[in-house]
Ligand binder design. Sequence first.
Ligand SMILES: [Zn+2]
Length: 161
Amino acid sequence: METASPRLLQQLHPKIRNQALAAWMDACAATPKPVHPQIVETLRTFERSDHLFQLGRTIINPDGQSKSNPMGGIVTYAKGGQSLHNYGLALDLVMMVNGKEDWTINIKVVEIFKAHGFAWGGDWKKKDSPHFQMALGHTWQDLLKMHDNKEFITGTNYLNI
Ligand SMILES: [Zn+2]
């Protein structure tokens, strides 16, 4: 069994960790053999979000770079603190098909994650199909305020929500 996904899922906020693991296991069971939903990112530092935000803006992103788009593609609209990933409340997944990445998401996988209470980035105006999140009734603004007030679960960097 592939081990990167369960390891990444363990980094999610404790409030959504088990639900995410259950959704992922259901998704694995529901996809036929050559197809596998692999988790590529869960918890993301503020620094990494800031870096990703600059890609395609002030830092050249080779992905999507062309004469008419010399900076390359924009990766995210969220700076550090503005993404649910920063609080361990979001995950990204890619479909591995015969061991190759396929960023077209499998609709069965989407339905399974939704049934487990996740919102899907593919439903947004600014589509983010690999992305699932569970906001637990919060906005990133609330969460950032709590983060700035250091409202963490004792001994962790997870917000006490
Ligand atoms: Zn994401």
